[in-house]
Design a protein around this ligand. Structure first.
Ligand SMILES: Cc1cc2nc3c(=O)[nH]c(=O)nc-3n(C[C@H](O)[C@H](O)[C@H](O)COP(=O)(O)OP(=O)(O)OC[C@H]3O[C@@H](n4cnc5c(N)ncnc54)[C@H](O)[C@@H]3O)c2cc1C
Length: 406
């Protein structure tokens, strides 16, 4: 705990939390636990559900007829289970830091303290045609659209010319691209469509110029690549996509690749309302915060999760945009929000990595947990367990485990 003297007196007005994802929900619960109705707490999200974003790669499951949406979307009211926290649905349109006001859903609210936890959206890097011609999995609606399209393309596959199969192209060599490519190639599409004539898809993952799974521990990378290749995913390394047209991507080395379905997993950026905030922004528009997770030069405004540029207090390196990091940042940001209002010293955020596991198809994964490399079934079981633990904590309205979903 750092002893930093508060710069401003406690602010009046409600504490307003924007976003009820991993960071926002955990932050709201922390503030609620500390405050117990001493001042109003309002949380705003465009959806009345908390989306289990870390599980949105489960496209085979989602593509099954009648797949229950509740598997990936838990009601926020139930997750909060507190009469002291008011949940409001609405699209956040603008944040006015000067006037201490948020415009959302056609109305507005003035705040005493603010927490910005609006997550991230897909980044297309101004690549012509990328947005228009691709699918994404960073939102529940996006993943559902993709699952429906995959089902449709697979169902049509018996009509293809002999020897041809559906061409699925996944752009992005990070964990999301890997999980999505492996999921598609290991899904039993005959079972999903109910048609035994359905052909297996050909899945190609365009890794680009960055190394495959850049930034992940070496043991994990090797195991993941091995599992991916054995599952049947082809990797295309060394060239970035520069243009997308319907049915075809162009690479920077002048080559081109045809596709039936293109899935864009190539990067993240903050939502436009966060990008519009004044002050310094880091990679992908993430807003810079100090070691207390408070917006630079703006007391009483805290940022946590994917939309924050949080630095490791020891190394100065950027904390990754993961649910795990969001769930560690949120309680600290929540406590600091309360400390500020009470004129108490603020806490310094310290990141404690708990390990990472990448799912590589049904029942298989590769991970590094406590310096140990795990792979195949044990890694998949541990990942499934951590996902289940997180969802159960949200449903019980209990504090989420800080490792979140590994
Ligand atoms: C397929 C996939 C697999 C992943 N796997 C893992 C994993 O295994 N482990 C891990 O740690 N991380 C994983 N991640 C990353 C993880 O999901 C994110 O880092 C995490 O969701 C970040 O939490 P957050 O609270 O910052 O944002 P989010 O969880 O995205 O929450 C943001 C919230 O803000 C709301 N919102 C956004 N804009 C507005 C607006 N303008 N108005 C109103 N509401 C708005 C959204 O509806 C959402 O509820 C994965 C991500 C994907 C896509």
């Amino acid at each position: 705990v750092a002893a930093e003297a508060p710069a401003t007196p406690a602010a009046g007005g409600p504490a307003v939390i924007l976003g009820a994802g991993y960071a926002g929900l955990a932050l709201a619960r922390e503030v609620d636990r500390r405050v117990r109705g001493a001042f109003p707490v309002v949380i705003i999200d465009r959806h009345p559900v908390h989306v289990l974003k870390t599980e949105l790669y489960e496209l085979g499951e989602m593509a099954k007829p009648g797949a229950p949406r509740e598997k990936w979307a838990l009601p926020i009211e139930k997750a909060l289970d507190s009469r002291e926290v008011e949940f409001r649905t609405g699209e956040v349109e603008a944040i006015d830091l000067g006037a201490r006001e948020v415009r959302y859903g056609g109305g507005s609210i003035r705040y005493g303290s603010l927490a910005i936890c609006l997550g991230s959206v897909t980044a297309y890097y101004n690549i012509a045609g990328a947005r228009e011609n691709s699918y994404e999995v960073y939102t529940l609606a996006g993943a559902e659209r993709l699952a429906a399209r995959l089902r449709e393309v697979m169902a049509e596959s018996p009509k293809l010319a002999p020897g041809k199969r559906p061409r699925i192209l996944v752009v992005g060599g990070g964990s999301t691209g890997t999980e999505v490519a492996a999921e598609i190639v290991t899904t039993d599409w005959r079972e999903v469509t109910g048609d035994p004539r359905v052909r297996d898809p050909g899945v190609l993952q365009v890794v680009g110029r960055e190394p495959f799974l850049a930034g992940f521990p070496q043991g994990l990378v090797q195991r993941a690549m091995d599992l991916l290749r054995r599952a049947g995913v082809l990797l295309w390394e060394g060239a970035n996509v520069v243009k997308v047209e319907p049915g075809r991507v162009e690479l920077e080395d002048a080559g081109s690749i045809p596709f039936d379905v293109l899935i864009w997993c190539a990067g993240l950026q903050v939502p436009p309302v966060v990008r519009a905030l004044p002050g310094p922004h880091g990679m992908g528009g993430r807003v810079k915060v100090n070691e207390n997770l408070e917006l630079l030069d703006t007391p009483n405004v805290f940022v946590a999760g994917d939309c924050a540029d949080v630095r490791d207090a020891k190394t100065g390196g950027m904390i990754p945009a993961t649910a795990q990091a969001a769930l560690q940042e949120a309680p600290v940001a929540g406590r600091n929000l309360v400390h500020r209002r009470r004129g108490e010293p603020l806490e310094t955020f310290r990141y404690r990595p708990q390990g990472v596991i990448v799912q590589v198809g049904h029942g298989k994964a590769a991970g590094t947990v406590r310096k140990l490399t795990l792979w195949s079934r044990p890694a998949a079981l541990l990942k499934a367990l951590s996902e289940r633990e997180y969802a159960a904590a949200v449903e019980r309205s209990a504090p989420p485990p800080s490792r979140g979903s590994l």
